[in-house]
Design a binder for this molecule. Structure first.
Ligand SMILES: CC(=O)N[C@H]1[C@@H](OP(=O)(O)O)O[C@H](CO)[C@@H](O)[C@@H]1O
Ligand SMILES: [Mg+2]
Length: 565
C-alpha cells in the first residue's frame, strides 16, 4: 500500500473516532430514522445529528460527489424538540435502502463500533474513502434554539469524512434547503435570492395570465397568514412586498416576542383542532387565511366562520390538491381541445396520489372528474416517488404536505409547443395561454418537496384565475366527518398493514373486528396503523355523521387496546 494512501486511511479512522468521542451516545438512547428522519428532545439530539452528518457525507461520496442536504428541524413539534433529515441529490428524501444503515450508525454504542460500521458499510457499498473533494453537503436549520448547537454537531460529522465539504446555507424553511440541493445538482444557482426570484417571477407570470375581468376585487386579494412563529413567517415577511396583486399580512410571524413556535398556532394545530390559531380575532371573520407549519412544508387554509366562537371552516391538503387538479386538468383540456390540431396537442398522464388519511369525499370528488387516483402508505417519500411516475403527478397528505411534479419530458413538450405557437404568432390564443400557465406553475411549485410558500402562491394565483372566493373553493365537496385517535400499546410494531395501510394483515383477528364494527355505520371507513413518528397506534374513522365517526373510532380503539394493550 502506498504510504500516502495508508496515511489517509489513518486520518480517516482518526477523524471518525474523534467525532464519535465528542458526541457519545447516552446509555438507553435509541434513534430510529422514521418518516421524518431522527427526531427527539433537542437537547439529546447531538449524537444522532453528528452521525447524520457522517451519513450525509458518505451518501455524497457514494453518489460521486453530488450535493446532499441536511435539514435540522422538528417541523410542527414543540419548540424543545429537534430533528435531522437527509435530502438526496434530486432534492427528495434520502433513498430508503440507506435507512437501516442510518439506524445502525445512530445507535452505534461506542466510537470503535461506529468506526468498524462505517468501514464495513463503505466496503459493502463500494464507497471510496480518503480522496480529495469527494463530498459536499448543504445544511439548513429552522429557528429552534437548539439549532445552532446541532448545526455544529452536523458539521463535525461531515468533517469526519476526509474530502467532504460542508456549506452552511443558514436559517431556512425545509423546502428551501431541498430546493437548493436539487438546484445545485442541476447547475442552477442554489441561493436564497434565486429561490425567491423564481417564486416571485413565476407568481407574477401566473397573474399576468389571469383572464381580464377575473381576478377579484381588493377583498379577494386579502390574505392573512399564520406563520406558526417559525421560519415560514419570517421568509414571507421578507418577500411579501415584492408580491404584487396580493395583500398579505403575517401573524405569528416569528418576530421576537410574538409567541412560541408552533404553540397554539401553525398548520398542524389548525388542521387537528379546527379552531383559529393564536393571534386571530372576531374581526377576521370571513377573511381568507392560511396557516404554515414550523418549517413551512405544510399548508392549510381556513376561514373564521362566525364572530361568536373560534371554530374554522378548514381547507386541508385534500382540497388544495383538488384545486390544483382542477386547474391543471382545465389547462390540459384547453391545450388539447383548441383548434383540434393533432400536432399541437400534448399527451400527458395526470395522476393523483393520496394516502388513506385523505377524506373519502375528496377521493370521490377526484374520481368523479375522471382522474386517476392512487394510494401509498403515509409519508412524503412514498407519495413523491409515486407521483414521479406520471407526466404530472399531484400529491398531498391531508395535513397539508404536498406538491405537483412535472416530468422533464413533459416540460420539454410544453416548451416546444410554446415556441411553436409563438413563432406562428399564436400568442393571443387560449392554447398559448394555457401552455404558459402550465410552464409558470411548474416554475412556481417546488419540484423537490411540498413547500408551503410556493403552494400558497399557486393557490392564490389559481383563485384569481378562476375568480373564486374561499367559499367557492371550500364548497367543491363536503368532507365526511372523521375522527383520529391515538392508542398507546406495548409494541406497536406487532401491527402489520397492507393495501397502502388500509388493511391490517397481522394480527388478522384485528382486521375482522374492524370490518365488523365498520359494517354498523353508513359510509363507514376505518383503518389502524402504527405511527412512524410517535410511539402510538393511530386509528382513523370516517362515517356520515360526527357522532358515528367518533363511535367507530372509539370502538376500534378499544379492540386495539384489548388485543395489544
Ligand atoms: C396521520 C398523520 O398526519 N401522519 C403524519 C405523521 O406520520 P405518522 O407516521 O402518522 O406519525 O408525520 C409524518 C411526518 O411529518 C407525516 O408525513 C404524516 O402525514
Ligand atoms: Mg413540517
Amino acid at each position: 500500500m502506498a504510504a500516502n494512501q495508508e496515511e489517509q486511511e489513518q486520518e480517516q479512522r482518526r477523524r471518525l473516532i474523534a467525532a464519535a468521542t465528542r458526541f457519545p451516545l447516552p446509555s438507553g438512547c435509541r434513534f430510529s430514522y422514521g418518516t421524518a428522519g431522527f427526531r427527539a428532545d433537542g437537547a439529546t439530539m447531538a449524537p444522532a445529528v453528528c452521525r447524520a452528518g457522517i451519513l450525509a457525507a458518505l451518501r455524497s461520496v457514494k453518489l460521486a460527489g453530488a450535493a446532499v442536504g441536511i435539514v435540522i428541524t422538528a417541523s410542527h413539534n414543540p419548540i424543545g424538540d429537534n430533528g435531522v433529515k437527509i435530502a438526496d441529490p434530486d432534492g427528495g428524501m434520502m433513498a430508503q435502502h440507506w435507512e437501516p444503515f442510518a439506524d445502525a450508525l445512530a445507535n452505534a454504542p461506542d466510537p470503535d463500533a461506529l468506526l468498524q460500521m462505517v468501514l464495513q458499510f463503505a466496503k459493502d457499498e463500494g464507497i471510496p474513502l480518503g480522496g480529495e473533494d469527494t463530498a459536499q453537503v448543504l445544511l439548513g436549520r429552522d429557528t429552534r434554539p437548539t439549532g445552532a448547537y446541532l448545526l455544529d454537531a452536523a458539521l463535525q460529522g461531515i468533517n469526519a469524512i476526509v474530502g467532504a465539504r460542508a456549506v452552511d446555507m443558514g436559517i431556512l424553511t425545509t423546502p428551501q434547503l431541498h430546493w437548493m440541493v436539487r438546484s445545485k445538482n442541476k447547475g442552477v444557482m442554489a441561493s436564497e435570492s434565486y429561490y425567491f426570484r423564481q417564486l416571485i417571477g413565476s407568481f407574477r407570470r401566473m397573474l399576468e395570465l389571469v383572464p381580464k375581468g377575473k381576478g377579484g376585487d381588493e377583498v379577494a386579494k386579502k390574505l392573512i397568514v399564520d406563520g406558526a412563529n417559525g421560519i415560514g413567517g419570517v421568509k414571507l415577511e421578507q418577500i411579501k412586498v415584492e408580491l404584487s396583486g396580493i395583500d398579505i399580512s403575517v401573524r405569528n410571524s416569528g418576530k421576537e416576542g410574538e409567541g412560541i413556535l408552533n404553540h397554539m398556532c401553525g398548520a398542524d394545530f389548525v388542521q387537528k383542532e379546527r379552531v383559529t390559531p393564536h393571534g386571530f380575532n372576531p374581526e377576521d371573520v370571513g377573511v381568507r387565511c392560511a396557516s404554515l407549519d414550523g418549517d413551512a412544508d405544510r399548508l392549510v387554509y381556513f376561514r373564521l366562520s362566525s364572530a361568536s366562537d373560534n371554530r374554522v371552516d378548514l381547507v386541508d391538503g385534500d382540497k388544495i390538491l383538488s384545486l390544483f387538479a382542477l386547474f391543471i386538468r382545465e389547462q390540459l383540456d384547453i391545450v388539447n381541445n383548441n383548434g383540434g390540431q393533432a400536432n399541437k396537442s400534448l399527451s400527458a398522464r395526470l395522476g393523483i396520489v393520496q394516502t388513506a388519511y385523505a377524506n373519502g369525499a375528496s377521493t370521490l370528488f377526484l374520481k368523479s372528474l375522471g382522474l386517476e387516483v392512487v394510494f401509498t402508505p403515509t409519508g412524503v417519500k412514498y407519495l413523491h416517488k409515486r407521483a414521479l411516475e406520471y407526466d404530472i403527478g399531484i400529491y398531498f397528505e391531508a395535513n397539508g404536505h404536498g406538491t405537483v411534479v412535472f416530468s422533464e419530458d413533459f416540460i420539454s413538450q410544453l416548451e416546444s409547443l410554446s415556441n411553436e405557437l409563438s413563432s406562428q404568432a399564436d400568442i393571443g390564443s387560449a392554447q398559448y395561454h394555457a401552455v404558459m400557465r402550465l410552464l409558470a406553475a411548474s416554475q412556481l411549485i417546488n419540484q423537490a418537496v411540498g413547500d408551503a410558500l410556493s403552494g400558497l402562491l399557486l393557490v392564490e394565483a389559481i383563485l384569481q384565475y378562476k375568480g373564486w372566493s374561499f367559499q367557492d373553493w371550500c364548497g367543491l365537496y363536503s368532507d365526511l366527518p372523521s375522527r383520529q385517535l391515538k392508542v398507546k400499546v406495548k409494541d406497536r410494531s406487532v401491527i402489520v398493514t397492507t393495501d397502502a395501510e388500509t388493511k391490517v394483515s397481522q394480527p388478522s383477528s384485528l382486521q375482522e373486528l374492524i370490518d365488523k364494527e365498520t359494517a354498523n355505520y353508513t359510509h363507514g371507513r376505518c383503518f389502524v396503523r402504527p405511527s412512524g413518528t410517535e410511539d402510538v397506534v393511530r386509528v382513523y374513522a370516517e362515517a356520515s355523521t360526527q357522532v358515528e365517526a367518533d363511535g367507530l373510532a372509539k370502538s376500534v380503539a378499544h379492540h386495539v387496546e384489548r388485543l395489544l394493550g
